[in-house]
Design a protein around this ligand. Structure first.
Ligand SMILES: Cc1cc2nc3c(=O)[nH]c(=O)nc-3n(C[C@H](O)[C@H](O)[C@H](O)COP(=O)(O)OP(=O)(O)OC[C@H]3O[C@@H](n4cnc5c(N)ncnc54)[C@H](O)[C@@H]3O)c2cc1C
Length: 511
């Protein structure tokens, strides 16, 4: 009997998994994950992604087994795998989630749909986020997001009729065999559904009390933030599960837990942002490669400075908070939003680097790499969307505000540990006599700043604002807002929230 194929991609779970449920309703289920070497040769993937994936596949396989199903993990080109399965087993339908991935997965999914059409195999793709394919405009987008999040999570029957052939691959290829760049991150989060459940539970019950007020400093953020990003990016949890669990937890809080309630509200806003940003890439896949506002083309392209890029990537810019963030990122594969934004701002303004190579490097560093959020944020923080007011972060001020005692910098830059507070964030100013006393020479153990921060930032701001002031650039801004801008105005939000049930809250809205 031909099979109902469930093609797992970035949805590595059994829970709230519509493709699996629909396949089970229609016949004998065959579960497949394909490790595609061509995908893994891309410039935005790395060994840490692959490590997280392998752990997640292990959990998925065990969870499927509990439902009587086998996960077949195959290495190769997906079309060849499908051809082989269709020839040997017979495929009646392919069930998968819609994916808003990078240009490579976009082209791959198109090729799979075309193959299905040619072969007469039904291809059914299901929405998994509040992201809408073929969306004409953003006018009713928020309503659509709420509707998607309100659908009850899909529950699988205990037993499903699975295929009975032996598992196709037992040993997954190593990262080295796939030729993956960069080392795995020794301190990264563990992949898989079981780790995801534990992280979600600890956030909802305890850590969310520190969410507001705790997410900006790189010291408190690792515990105050939810840390759910890699589990959402790889689909170990569905966004809907998280939204529903958060709203349920909010409803259970006692009246005096106002602070935690506000923390959960702010968190749900981020879950909304998650889809808001992915929708941009879904509606305009080209933003992965080119400026969202074409009026910014040519702003930085011709000025690429390899030495600036190398200093950034090696964590030797000379600005301690920046270098400490790079060290943490290398070790853990995660850093909080404000520090991500600061890293990109430093790259885009004083170092005047184009966002694309910076984004590729960061994508490889972030275990939670999610193309729709990532490329939209890269452009936003680099000032090329044309619709966001450019935010230029000063890394010395950020250090004073968010690491006042220098604990974060000292933790990640051991060479600076002995420096007194007065010099910690600007060690290049250390007098000669103190350099000798501490055995730290500027330009050797202490990297000298790559550029003069003040001067380089002033010049960058001037170049950017000249471009922003160009009448043609200003005129073209409206079209970007129509296509990508958030529609809700604060006043409308207040009116709307007044009539909403208590489980809803006011959204903090990005553009
Ligand atoms: C340059 C840059 C690149 C980024 N790249 C990614 C990326 O590749 N993948 C990614 O998941 N996030 C990315 N972010 C957004 C944000 O920094 C991370 O989502 C967040 O730090 C993840 O930690 P968390 O899950 O503990 O966050 P929490 O604050 O607990 O947020 C919960 C969830 O909401 C979503 N979210 C939070 N902040 C944002 C935001 N500003 N925009 C969109 N969604 C958000 C994420 O899914 C996150 O997991 C990027 C931000 C910047 C500035």
């Amino acid at each position: 009997m031909p099979c109902q194929l469930v093609w797992f991609k970035r949805d590595l779970r059994c829970q709230d998994h519509q493709p699996l449920l629909e396949a089970a309703r229609h016949g004998q289920v065959l579960c497949l994950y394909v490790i595609e070497p061509d995908y893994w040769s891309g410039s935005d993937v790395s060994a840490r992604h692959y490590g997280f994936l392998r752990e997640s596949l292990r959990d998925l396989s065990a969870d499927l087994r509990a439902h009587g199903l086998t996960l077949h993990v195959v290495q190769g080109d997906v079309l060849e795998v499908l051809r082989h399965l269709h020839r040997t087993v017979g495929l009646s339908a392919i069930h998968a989630h819609e994916e808003t991935g990078n240009a490579w997965t976009f082209a791959r999914d198109r090729a799979v749909r075309a193959w299905c059409r040619d072969q007469g195999v039904t291809c059914r793709e299901y929405r998994q986020f509040g992201v809408f394919r073929g969306l004409a405009d953003r006018d009713h987008w928020l309503r659509g997001w709420e509707a998607q999040m309100a659908v009850p999570c899909h529950q699988l029957p205990d037993v499903i009729t699975g295929d009975t052939r032996p598992e196709l691959v037992r040993q997954l290829p190593s990262a080295t065999r796939l030729g993956l760049p960069d080392e795995d991150a020794p301190g990264r989060q563990h992949g898989g559904r079981h780790a995801a459940d534990a992280v979600l539970a600890s956030f909802l019950t305890e850590r969310s009390a520190s969410y507001r007020g705790g997410i900006s400093s790189p010291l408190s953020a690792p515990t105050a933030c939810s840390r759910l990003s890699p589990y959402l990016a790889w689909g170990c949890l569905s966004l809907r599960e998280v939204v529903q669990a958060t709203r349920a937890q909010r409803a259970r809080l006692p009246p005096d837990a106002a602070f935690q309630r506000r923390g959960l509200d702010a968190f749900v806003s981020r879950l909304y942002w998650h889809c808001h940003f992915i929708q941009k890439l879904e509606s305009e896949p080209e933003l992965e490669w080119r400026n969202l506002h074409r009026g910014y083309d040519g702003l930085r392209e011709a000025d690429w400075q390899p030495a600036h890029f190398t200093a950034l990537v090696e964590g030797r810019t000379g600005w301690p908070l920046v270098d400490a963030c790079v060290a943490m990122l290398r070790h853990t594969g995660w850093i909080n939003f404000r520090m991500r934004a600061m890293l990109v701002s430093v790259a885009a303004y004083p170092l005047w680097l184009h966002w694309r190579p910076v984004g590729e490097w960061l994508a490889r560093q972030f275990v939670d790499y999610e193309p729709g959020i990532h490329w939209s944020q890269l452009q936003m923080q680099s000032g090329t969307t044309g619709i966001n007011i450019p935010r230029i972060y000063n890394p010395i001020k950020q250090a004073r505000d968010h690491d006042p005692q220098g604990r974060f910098v000292r933790r990640w830059l051991p060479a600076l540990r002995q420096l007194p507070d007065a010099w910690l964030f600007e060690p290049w100013r250390l007098p000669e006599s103190l350099q000798q006393r501490y055995g730290l020479r500027v330009g050797h153990e202490l990297p000298a700043p790559v550029v003069d921060l003040e001067q380089a930032t002033r010049l960058a701001r001037q170049r950017l604002f000249e471009r922003r002031g160009d009448p043609e650039v200003r005129a073209a801004k409206a079209a970007v807002i129509t296509r990508h801008g958030s529609r809700q105005r604060p006043a409308a939000r207040n009116r709307a929230s007044a009539s909403r049930p208590d489980t809803r809250h006011q959204m903090e809205l990005p553009l």
